[in-house]
Ligand binder design. Structure first.
Ligand code: SF4
Length: 454
């Protein structure tokens, strides 16, 4: 049971407002610990990756960093669409898949889910997406019912032919950026999508057996509670299969400029708090699951299994891959990425071996975003320590704020912890950084970090 005083404490002690909020979910990130990897070290490094891949099932992430749009709410720093560069990138991507297969990364593995993220992956025609999926299928078997998602800008998927082609290529889930249906806010954000257009895509996608997620945001420039409530009603009419509601992150230089010119457009922290509360309560009432509340893999299998700590092998420039014990990044720079694949070297640029303590923090941070929470017995077996002892201070803080529920066999988010899961996760990252970095803190995008990983 949570009281009004708990809510007030969450607001003052846990909640990140408009200017402080940085999207950190879902994974633990300890940036100060990365070590560079020279091209000559990559081959040897892949042997450690293979040893760390103890699970027979893996998740595959494919990054398409290009986009034709310039939305002010964008936080992924896409590259401007360019047919020649895109074609070069496609070839490098296919080569990277071959190189990782040749290194034996996929031996004995099955792909549980595949996720195309961006940028706008559907900037590539169906034939390219099909080619990438065929290449993946040629190096690793797909699990039965493998969930294959592509992110998409609505305007790229309005035709039935397009959706049919995606379905034929194997895509069975689309994640569409929408953020709001409010025409005034969309226009401010350099975006234009209507409820009718989005509703038509959802209906047409269903005809081809494709389920649809819609990404939404709270805290967009000039957004009011009334506007957010209208968005919720629109979602009830559009009826997507899944919704992800996140907070607008002030990171894009274009939005920073707009806010400098018109500071009155910044949503106040109190209003943002109410927006998050309202949107998250609506999600729960409407039966939509997201970080903090997943009970099964039906709405977003890739994320559900990620939170269960299935390894992610990511392909493409700027991507981050994880096993339970290590983490590595591809090069940020497209030309380096292409040059290395041309030379037959997987384009890995830096890595971390997670300490036992970091592994424990990562397990907590990921598992706590599932409805069942952290399973105490499993944690004890794996790490040979009691999570109640390891995380005593953190758990006490989150319990005091009414965000955590404990029993002898689990620790999970309370109803309110789930509503403010982004803040709980930031609190966990802060604790992890505080303990092993000698004072390193998260680097908000608003302070210049341009590192975006999916
Ligand atoms: S939000 Fe999506 S569509 Fe808009 S610029 Fe970013 S990647 Fe492109």
């Amino acid at each position: 049971m949570i009281s009004d005083s708990n809510l007030a404490a969450i607001r003052t002690e846990l909640f990140y407002g408009s200017s402080d909020y940085t999207k950190n979910q879902p994974d633990l990130f300890v940036p100060h610990r990365f070590q560079m990897l020279a091209p000559s070290q990559v081959k040897g490094y892949l042997e450690s990756v293979k040893s760390a891949l103890t699970s027979s099932e893996i998740l595959i992430y494919i990054h398409i960093p290009f986009c034709f749009s310039e939305c002010l709410f964008c936080n992924s720093f896409p590259l401007k669409s360019d047919p020649q560069l895109q074609s070069q990138y496609l070839q490098a991507l296919l080569k990277e898949i071959d190189l990782m297969a040749a290194a034996g990364i996929f031996a004995g593995k099955t792909a549980k889910c595949i996720y195309f993220g961006g940028g706008t992956p559907t900037i590539f025609p169906n034939r390219d997406i099909k080619q990438i999926l065929e290449r993946i299928r040629s190096v690793i078997p797909l699990a039965e019912g493998c969930s294959i998602t592509t992110e998409a800008h609505p305007v790229t998927i309005t035709s039935k032919e397009r959706l049919k082609g995606l379905a034929e290529a194997g895509v069975n889930r689309i994640s569409m950026g929408c953020q709001t249906f409010d025409p005034d806010i969309l226009s401010l954000c350099n975006r234009n999508n209507s409820e009718e257009q989005i509703g038509a895509v959802v209906k047409a996608a269903h005809e081809f057996g494709i389920s649809v997620n819609i990404d939404m945001m709270a805290g967009l420039p000039g957004q009011s509670m009334e506007s957010l409530e209208r968005d919720l009603l629109a979602l009830e009419r559009v009826k997507p299969d899944a919704v992800e509601y996140i907070r607008h992150e002030i990171v894009n230089p274009l939005i920073v400029d707009l806010y400098k010119e018109k500071p009155e457009l910044v949503v106040s922290d109190d209003t943002l708090f109410n927006m998050v509360l309202t949107a998250q309560r609506w999600m729960k009432g409407a039966g939509y699951e997201q970080n903090g509340s997943y009970t099964n893999d039906r709405q977003w299998a890739y994320r559900y299994y990620w939170l269960q700590e299935l390894p992610i092998i990511a392909f493409g420039v700027r991507t981050r891959s994880y096993t339970t014990t290590l983490c590595y990044d591809k090069h940020e720079d497209l030309s380096t990425y292409v040059r290395m694949t041309d030379k037959g070297i997987p384009p890995i640029g830096r890595h971390i071996v997670l300490t036992k303590r970091e592994q424990m923090f990562r397990t907590l941070m990921l598992n706590i975003q599932l409805a069942k929470g952290l399973e105490v017995g499993l944690f004890k077996t794996r790490y040979e320590v009691d999570p109640f002892a390891v995380f005593a201070d953190l758990f006490n803080k989150l319990k005091r704020l009414g965000c955590l529920e404990e029993a002898t066999d689990f620790v999970r988010l309370s109803e309110f912890g789930a509503l403010f899961v982004e803040d709980v996760c930031d609190c966990i990252i802060d604790e992890a950084l505080k303990e092993d970095s000698g004072g390193a803190t998260r680097m908000p995008h608003s302070e210049g970090s341009r590192s975006v990983r999916l």
